[in-house]
Design a protein around this ligand. Structure first.
Ligand code: NDP
Length: 327
């Protein structure tokens, strides 16, 4: 038997709850994993509260990521005792996810946790840190370097934003952190921000072109914020867009694209190819300091995850909610 959060059905006549399940109910897969940690992401909060149609079939164990130890494997790439992690691939949407003590998974979804990270550290970084790293890789692929000028991070106090600030800071960029929470200024500066700005300046409909301020940006927000970020990029600048905390819409003008030659790079963590994932996790293992992990994470147990989901959607969580599934 193992414990997991279960969302029973679409009608939600019974709210998600922690239940005990028999291992015989685990889906088909090549590798069985004793899960140690997962995280509570924005998408998981949407799935748990039912605020968006994240879950594609029922019953579903939510949780888009997990880290743990291989118990059994039918493939040579993984053996019992290997420390592994999974991000995305439809976990918590199409396939039973990470908010569980046991999982059975397809081998091609798994990665070995790169040294020196532990399972706890890997999930403290989680999908948020991995997505932030993919955004940094996207900027680098476009030739952005610290010498180009300041880089804006929107949604800076959130999970992706916190790691984006920390990674860019560690790489020597001048980081401007945009937040609606000025009280988090000290936290963001300790992570690596040079300057804090009020997110209100990007949230309303703006002009097609604004003052050229940023060499590049990582945007977690979408909607008017992303449109205004595009309008505020310097000539030839790049924005890596990964999120939709304000909205899925993109009410923008082509002006910054055709008059300033800016680039908009979309970042997807879920079906990102394995070679890029490996590159991202190897950079994370090298760049993320234990002190950053400690500053960003807040550990909760499986039982607490359901109750914290509305706070995640309300943007009230600073950094990451790490879920210790055995607590
Ligand atoms: P969090 O909830 O941790 O952070 C989101 C942050 O956005 C908040 O902390 C807040 O930052 C800001 N925010 C919230 N609501 C609004 C609003 N209405 N207007 C402007 N800013 C707002 O989420 P994550 O960091 O985990 O994820 C960020 C986004 O990225 C989400 O939309 C998520 O779905 C998406 N995502 C996408 C991935 C991909 O593969 N593309 C992978 C992971 C996440 P502050 O208080 O500092 O202003």
């Amino acid at each position: 038997m193992f414990k997991a959060i279960l969302i029973e059905n679409e009608q939600r006549n019974s709210p998600p709850q922690v239940v005990e399940l028999d291992e015989s109910r685990l889906p088909e897969g090549d590798v069985s994993v004793a899960v140690e940690y997962s995280t509570l992401n924005y998408k998981d909060a949407l799935a748990i509260t039912g605020k968006a149609p994240i879950v594609r079939h029922y019953p579903m164990i939510p949780g888009i990521d997990l880290a743990g130890v291989v118990r059994e494997s039918s493939v040579p790439e993984f053996k019992a005792g290997d420390a592994v992690l999974v991000n995305g691939w439809g976990l918590g949407e199409l396939h039973w996810g990470g908010l569980t003590q046991a999982a059975r998974l397809k081998a091609q979804w798994l990665q070995k946790i790169p040294a020196p990270l532990t399972a706890r550290q890997a999930m403290a970084i989680g999908t948020a840190g991995y997505t932030a790293m993919l955004c940094v890789l996207a900027l680098e692929a476009d030739g952005v370097t610290p010498g180009n000028g300041p880089v804006l991070v929107t949604g800076a106090s959130g999970g992706v934003g916190s790691f984006a600030v920390a990674l860019l800071g560690r790489l020597g960029y001048e980081v401007i952190a945009s937040t609606g929470r000025p009280e988090e200024a000290d936290y963001l500066k300790a992570l690596g921000a040079s300057e804090i700005c009020d997110r209100a300046q990007f949230s309303s409909p703006g002009k097609p072109l604004a003052k050229e301020r940023f060499a590049a940006a990582i945007d977690c927000i979408g909607s008017h914020t992303l449109a205004n970020v595009c309008a505020s990029l310097r000539y030839g600048g790049t924005v890596a867009a990964c999120g939709m905390a304000q909205g899925l819409d993109f009410p923008a003008s082509v002006a910054p694209f055709i008059l300033r030659g800016i680039t908009l790079r979309g970042v997807d963590s879920v079906y990102c190819p394995m070679d890029i994932r490996k590159q991202a996790w190897s950079r994370l293992a090298e760049l993320v300091l234990p002190a950053t992990i400690d500053a960003v994470l807040h550990e909760i147990g499986l039982n607490e995850a359901i109750g914290r989901a509305p706070e995640v959607l309300a943007g009230k969580i600073r950094g990451r909610l790490l879920v210790n599934v055995n607590r």
